[in-house]
Ligand binder design. Structure first.
Ligand code: HEM
Length: 311
């Protein structure tokens, strides 16, 4: 049982290791906000894929990042006004978007009736699992059930569509690519030195003097630059491996330390028998051949006279 426990522990550790992806943190906040700049720089749901891709490229990202990061729409909701044009009057045709799957269309039309009052109603971006980070967003795109026009547009480009298809059956690849693209996006437009500020309330800019920060604000906190955590993890793995090996040998009745004079495993078994196999040893019986000490009697004084008489 202990052997199995050690094996499971080892598996969990390896899984945890594989899940790790070091992420930079400590982006400084900007001091200004501009709606105009946001509209110019951020892609909109009605934009053609070429525009969206161009905006990504201008920030050092690429078409793969567009596909991968759009996968963030595996969670969350969108207000009806962001896709309603697809339901009733697509590009002024007076008809729904022909690319939209018919049962999804009916469903969305009931969530977002053709009235202004429905503009702020919410619909899930990934209807099969809006609260779960998974790859079903991509499955929906393949079956023409993408919610936003910009989502479904990915299927109209051969490079993007090929990636979408691969993520439908390789969830682990999506997870890993998503993490990589997030790190990439996190490196866009980083403010350093005295630019920007670090503030406790992220909404409004702090009035000067800003928080006193003496340390390097943008801390590189990535395993790529530091070997410390890797060494620590390797040490833990080694120790666990050794412990698992020792337990394995104890369980199979072999000695741990060869045939030397030190009976280490015997000592462990004696000391830990109750925790290793739930055994509680009875109190040690006193061996029969150990002589029991008799109370010491005072010797009687010798009768010298009698001895002399018997002679
Ligand atoms: C590729 C271009 C993108 C477009 C055109 C786009 C568009 C949109 C739109 C229109 C909404 C609905 C907003 C609302 O109704 O208020 C939305 C929601 C969302 N987007 Fe994007 N987005 C894009 C990329 C991204 C990226 C790169 C991420 C993150 C990595 C992301 C994460 C989200 C999330 C999590 C939501 C749901 C928000 C919520 O439920 O409150 N999107 N997006």
């Amino acid at each position: 049982m202990l052997k199995e426990l050690a094996r499971q522990l080892f598996r969990v550790l390896i899984y945890w290791l594989l899940q790790q992806r070091s992420c930079r943190f400590g982006r400084r906040d900007g001091l200004t906000a501009s709606q105009k700049a946001a509209n110019e720089n951020l892609p909109g749901p009605f934009e053609p894929l070429e525009n969206i891709t161009a905006k990504f490229i201008s920030k050092g990202l690429d078409i793969k990042d567009v596909v991968v990061l759009s996968g963030a729409h595996t969670i969350g909701f969108a207000q009806c006004f962001t896709f309603k044009n697809r339901l009733f009057n697509f590009k002024g045709s007076g008809k729904p978007d022909p690319r939209l799957d018919s049962s999804s269309l009916t469903n969305l039309q009931s969530m977002c009736p053709n009235k202004d009052a429905s503009n702020t109603n919410l619909a899930p971006l990934d209807s099969p699992s809006p609260y779960t980070f998974d790859n079903s967003y991509y499955t929906s795109l393949v079956s023409n059930s993408g919610l936003l026009e910009s989502d479904q547009a990915l299927m109209g480009d051969s490079t993007a569509a090929a990636l979408v298809n691969s993520y439908t059956y390789m969830a682990y690849l999506f997870n890993s690519d998503f993490a990589a693209s997030m790190v990439k996006m996190g490196n866009v437009g980083v403010l350093t030195g005295k630019n920007g500020q670090i503030r406790k309330k992220c909404g409004p800019a702090a009035t000067p003097p800003p928080m006193e920060v003496t340390q390097q604000a943008y801390t590189a906190h990535t395993g790529h630059g530091s070997v410390g955590p890797v060494i620590a993890v390797l040490a833990v793995i080694t120790i666990l491996g050794v412990i698992a090996g020792m337990i394995g040998r104890i369980c199979s009745g072999r000695r741990i330390m060869g045939h030397g004079q030190y009976d280490f495993e015997g000592w462990v078994e004696r000391k830990c028998s109750s925790c290793l196999d739930g055994r509680v040893d009875p109190p040690l019986a006193r061996p029969a051949d150990i002589p029991v000490a008799e109370p010491v009697k005072e010797e009687e004084p010798r009768d010298e006279g009698r001895r002399a008489r018997t002679k």
